[in-house]
Design a protein around this ligand. Sequence first.
Ligand SMILES: NC(=O)c1ccc[n+]([C@@H]2O[C@H](COP(=O)([O-])OP(=O)(O)OC[C@H]3O[C@@H](n4cnc5c(N)ncnc54)[C@H](O)[C@@H]3O)[C@@H](O)[C@H]2O)c1
Ligand SMILES: [Zn+2]
Ligand SMILES: [Zn+2]
Length: 329
Amino acid sequence: MKAAVVVTPGTIEILQVPDPAPGPGDVVVRPAAVGICGTDLHIMDGEFAPAFPIIPGHEFAGEIVEVGSAVTGYAVGDRVAVDPSLYCGHCYQCKRARGNQCENWNAIGVSRSGAAAEFVVAPMANLFRLPSHLAARDAALIEPLSCAVRGFDVLPRRMADTFLIYGSGTMGLMMLELAKRAGAATVSMVDLNPERLETAKRLGCSAAVTNAEELDAPHGWDVVIDCTGAAAAIRDGLRRVGRGGTFLQFGVSAYDARVEIEPYEIYRRELTITGSMAVLHSFDRAGELMASGVLDPEVFVSHRFPLDRYADALAQFRAGVGRKTLIEP
Ligand SMILES: NC(=O)c1ccc[n+]([C@@H]2O[C@H](COP(=O)([O-])OP(=O)(O)OC[C@H]3O[C@@H](n4cnc5c(N)ncnc54)[C@H](O)[C@@H]3O)[C@@H](O)[C@H]2O)c1
Ligand SMILES: [Zn+2]
Ligand SMILES: [Zn+2]
């Protein structure tokens, strides 16, 4: 089969590689679309994947073309989205229902062959069956949405909370859509890039500004979410959390980023500072939300490239162009 292969950090090539064979509990999927995100840039830069060469691609959906001998309930021709997370199930963290913190963590497209290829292997346990009205080429959005759903799992559930979201990229916009569904009274968006704010306005945010100082919020916000990873945004956001409010660190910062906290204010204002990482029992729920129309693919997907142009797609994504970029192998 044909695959995009990160041969060594910094070098990506379209190569012919052997077709994958399913284990007894696996299926082989022909991806209809696979998304590109910051994780793929880290893999390309040699910072994330444990070994090379690696076929990237962890955000995907497609059609089953082969089933392993022990697979039940799925057949050739079924359309599925795939949770890329591979938890060991027996480590300290897995035993405490924290699979996303697994000590033997693996993921399709990170440490195992991914979906930037004509075929990819996935365990039966990781499949979400697509309803007939949901196109597989749009269902690649389920994986990033499942990370946003996990983010909401660590937030308090209260009607009429006020939300302030830093970053109007794919993830900030997904958080906006979920906050609207979660009963937010208002959702205000901050992004340094005014072009990025246009999409947030189109999706019906309450306010869209390049500096939160422009907003009138004498009580601060109940929920502040960082979807940038930028220390400046985090610093700004932390001081805007209202009394009893919650700050969610969702953006991925540089390892050496540092932001000061004020313990006195955390005490006095009863603040919660929390984080969320990847997917934790949130994939099927994201699939259900996607099926119910929580995300409009026409808005969220800005570019679709053929597999041969994987390197171009990655370069364009690195340059900050567009929103979700998909490869259609
Ligand atoms: N926690 C998770 O499970 C998880 C999952 C997926 C992505 N992420 C992370 O979420 C973040 C957002 O992902 P994305 O795909 O939307 O990225 P993106 O690059 O498309 O969007 C980030 C946005 O932040 C804006 N920005 C940068 N600095 C800013 C600042 N100081 N103030 C305001 N806005 C600023 C940028 O202009 C950009 O529009 C990334 O750090 C990504 O790695 C986390
Ligand atoms: Zn991703
Ligand atoms: Zn484990």
